[in-house]
Write a protein that binds this ligand. Structure first.
Ligand SMILES: [Zn+2]
Length: 179
């Protein structure tokens, strides 16, 4: 079902490195501090059924602990899993001729990392209503555009123009851990 092939995985891995750099620079997060942004990025081959969606480029799952639950040796934390939806990303690349995987993957991953950083820095709550979600989505698009604006990269301008207000970037999913 439309998984990235090995060559595409390579392209996406490079895109992830660039997206991490760009996002850390934008928020002025040092390499040491970046380790405290708790996230993981996975592609379709590594996703479970409930992590797959037909309607977005990504799904962010928040893994959190039950309120009041104590964690040995530290404070409770949230962990974010960015689940890339290979099939939806490749469908966009295939239907939109000027669109290339590398700049699109950079755009998508940067956008998702901006969400995650804003959750981690408590600039944005995870559980919000539809209106607040839309407002946050618009802010995250703006930040993504600013963060990537200085990057000189073939076909990135096309992505920045075509996807600046795209409404199907990701879905959000909450999973409360009981252990
Ligand atoms: Zn978003």
């Amino acid at each position: 079902m439309g998984k990235f092939n090995p060559a595409q995985i390579q392209v996406v891995s490079q895109a992830v490195e660039i997206a991490e750099d760009v996002t850390a620079n934008y928020f002025k997060i040092s390499t040491a501090q970046w380790k405290h942004v708790r996230y993981d990025i996975r592609t379709l081959a590594e996703l479970s059924t409930e992590e797959i969606t037909e309607s977005a480029f990504a799904q962010i799952t928040r893994y959190s602990r039950k309120p009041g639950q104590t964690v040995p040796g530290g404070r409770p934390y949230d962990f974010f899993k960015i689940c890339l939806q290979d099939h939806n990303i490749m469908a966009a690349v295939e239907r939109d001729e000027p669109l290339e995987l590398f700049p699109l993957a950079i755009y998508v991953v940067t956008h998702e990392l901006v969400h995650v950083v804003r959750f981690c820095k408590f600039l944005q709550r995870f559980d919000v209503d539809h209106l607040e979600r839309q407002e946050e989505e618009s802010r995250v698009h703006t930040i993504t555009q600013q963060a990537l604006g200085a990057l000189r990269l073939s076909r990135l301008d096309y992505v920045l123009g075509a996807y600046q207000n795209y409404q199907f970037m990701e879905k959000f999913r909450d999973q409360v851990s009981s252990s």
